[in-house]
Write a protein that binds this ligand. Structure first.
Ligand code: NAD
Ligand code: MG
Length: 388
């Protein structure tokens, strides 16, 4: 029996995690669940899995949760310190908060030497070096949940250390579906709506990552994520569009072998893999029927259609504060797009302009990261005003 904290339990990854956990009551005991706006759902989850602790954003939400769960034995707290506490307390921590808001609690789990199942890619994009150093220093374990990185992890030699040359790896190949606008005429992109952007052809996900998939910023963030997860050089990370989302990513070796991981697009597969690692457990995922899939297609990404991918690749090479600015400006721009304040193409324009405006500097401590993040958000907000 291992204890588990789910940060962001009410989200898409959080609910999929609870679905897998419910299939294996003999393996996992839920220590804590955290949620942000959907307090009703969090209450239902607490009643169903009876965690020891729950964390919400503020005192009003805490009071509401207490009303909803009645006299259930449950310690309810609010705020970032409480998030960091519950992240440090369980053996396994699912880090599934969306955006920069998830960085402090994910870092707290690293500093407590926990097994971290990382869905929150923005944490690694912002604080890559800090995060991997902290993992190493405190003997924590980092297992990727992002389907591409989980696939790559599965395609690497088991138990390998970070000396990749010895593993004979030539490069990793991240697959991307291309999102809902892969074939939309470029001239129509100015008019696409938030709901169209969130209607992903293969995956059901939270709204922020859905928009990131439509701009392919998601793949750009994943390129940066791969650099830190696998200690691999930017030029060894390739992106290929694969509209069927059946191959979740690949590793290409020096001898010409390419190893891929396949499966139906269902996040419960990578979640189950990481929850039980190094064992395998059932995830409730339908078996892959290749005859039904019929054909797999691949194409190179078009940077004119997906400028965000290029911006992210450039930010990775620039290093320092650049990925922090990229991520912060993107969060602001996506939020503005989702609430109908700017058009779809203004997302890339905002991120590009923020990167151009803020000179690259070092970003080594959490304090520096937080300061750069705040400054970039300010610049991006001003740019959004201009774009309206
Ligand atoms: P979501 O929007 O469905 O859920 C986000 C969760 O974070 C919710 O539980 C919400 O309550 C919580 N949250 C939001 N803002 C918060 C804040 N300021 N403080 C504390 N908690 C907050 O998002 P999701 O799709 O589940 O994605 C979560 C993370 O996993 C993202 O980083 C995303 O990139 C990554 N990811 C998701 C998928 C997927 O299929 N959904 C796949 C790969 C990676
Ligand atoms: Mg992914």
């Amino acid at each position: 029996m291992r204890t588990l904290t789910i940060l962001g339990a009410t989200g898409s990854i959080g609910t999929s995690t609870l679905d897998v956990v419910a299939r294996h009551p003999e393996r996992f005991r839920v220590h804590a669940l955290t949620g942000h706006r959907r307090v009703e759902l969090l209450a239902e989850q607490c009643v169903a899995v009876r965690p020891a602790r729950a964390v919400v954003p503020d005192a009003a939400a805490a009071q509401r949760l207490r009303q909803l769960v009645g006299d259930l034995r449950l310690q309810i707290d609010h705020g970032e310190n409480a998030l960091c506490e519950v992240a440090a307390e369980a053996e396994i921590v699912m880090a599934a908060i969306v955006g920069a808001a998830g960085l402090p609690s994910a870092l707290a789990a690293a500093r407590a030497g926990r097994q971290i199942l990382l869905a929150n890619k923005e944490a690694l994009v912002m604080g890559g070096q800090l995060f991997v150093d902290s993992i190493a220093r405190h003997g924590a374990t980092l297992l990727p949940i992002d389907s591409e990185h989980n696939a790559i992890f599965q395609c690497l030699p088991r138990g390998r250390d970070t000396s990749h040359a010895a593993d004979g790896i030539a490069r990793v190949i991240l697959t991307a579906s291309g999102g809902p606008f892969r074939e939309t005429p470029l001239a129509r992109l100015a008019q696409v709506t938030a709901d169209e952007a969130c209607a992903h052809p293969n995956w059901v996900m939270g709204r922020k990552i859905s928009v990131d998939s439509a701009t392919m910023m998601n793949k750009g963030l994943e390129v940066i994520e791969a650099r830190w997860l696998f200690d691999i050089a930017p030029e060894q990370i390739e992106v290929v569009i694969h509209p069927e989302s059946v191959i979740h990513s690949m590793v290409s070796y020096l001898d010409g072998s390419v190893i891929a991981q396949l499966g139906n697009p269902d996040m419960r597969t990578p979640i189950a893999y990481a929850l039980a690692y190094p064992e395998r457990i059932a995830a409730g995922v339908a078996p892959l029927n290749l005859a039904e899939v019929g054909a797999l297609h691949f194409q190179a990404p078009d940077f004119k259609r997906f400028p965000c991918l290029r911006l992210a690749q450039e930010a990775l090479v620039a290093g320092g504060s650049a990925p922090v600015v990229l991520n912060a400006a993107n969060e602001i721009a996506v939020d503005a797009f989702l609430s109908g304040r700017i058009g779809f193409q203004a997302i890339a324009a905002t991120v590009g302009a923020a990167l151009a405006r803020l000179p690259v500097r070092s970003a080594d401590s959490l304090d520096e990261l937080v300061a750069i993040d705040a400054e970039a958000r300010g610049v991006a907000r001003a740019l959004v005003e201009l774009a309206k």
